[in-house]
Design a protein around this ligand. Structure first.
Ligand code: CMP
Length: 143
């Protein structure tokens, strides 16, 4: 059964360029509830750990440097079928291939600076949420 949370991160370039407010508005207008959110700055070790699945790929070092280059917003989003529905509204990893109206089409600069991260499975949504948020920082619908 599909889970009801996903994890997102608004990446450094989008935060630096003042896009966070518009991205958050689009998330809410698309029917997601923000149940946890904060502004934080990933250390290099945080970024290495978060993206460890990509270790060894040609873009890994550069991705780690980029993701630790400035503040990011991290958030847990709640909605039925959250992982798949969020991936629909963010669009393709490469903004050039992203569909019209998607967050990456509207706000991304490149494959690396692609505005937002979104979990790719329920398991990763849990793991990523747990990496950044304690239970007392979360406000699900029933609370
Ligand atoms: P994200 O959804 O955060 O998950 C992994 C990230 O790696 C991805 O978005 C991209 O920013 C980055 N990425 C994936 N493929 C490439 C690539 N070919 N070149 C550069 N960065 C990439």
């Amino acid at each position: 059964m599909a889970g009801n949370i996903t994890f997102t991160m608004i990446k450094p370039y989008a935060v630096k360029n003042g896009k966070a407010g518009s991205i958050i508005a689009k998330i809410i207008e698309s029917g997601f509830r923000i149940i946890a959110m904060k502004l934080t700055h990933l250390s290099k070790a945080d970024a290495e750990y978060f993206y460890s699945i990509h270790k060894g790929r040609p873009f890994y070092e550069s991705l780690v440097d980029f993701m630790s280059s400035g503040p990011v917003f991290v958030a847990i989003l709640e909605k039925e079928n959250a992982v798949a529905d969020y991936r629909k509204i963010i669009g393709n990893t490469d903004p050039k291939k992203a569909e019209e109206g998607t967050i990456r089409k509207l706000f991304a600069e490149s494959v690396q600076a692609n505005a937002v991260h979104g979990s790719d499975s329920d398991e990763n949504a849990e793991w990523e949420s747990n990496y950044f948020f304690s239970h007392r920082e979360r406000f699900p619908a029933k609370s």
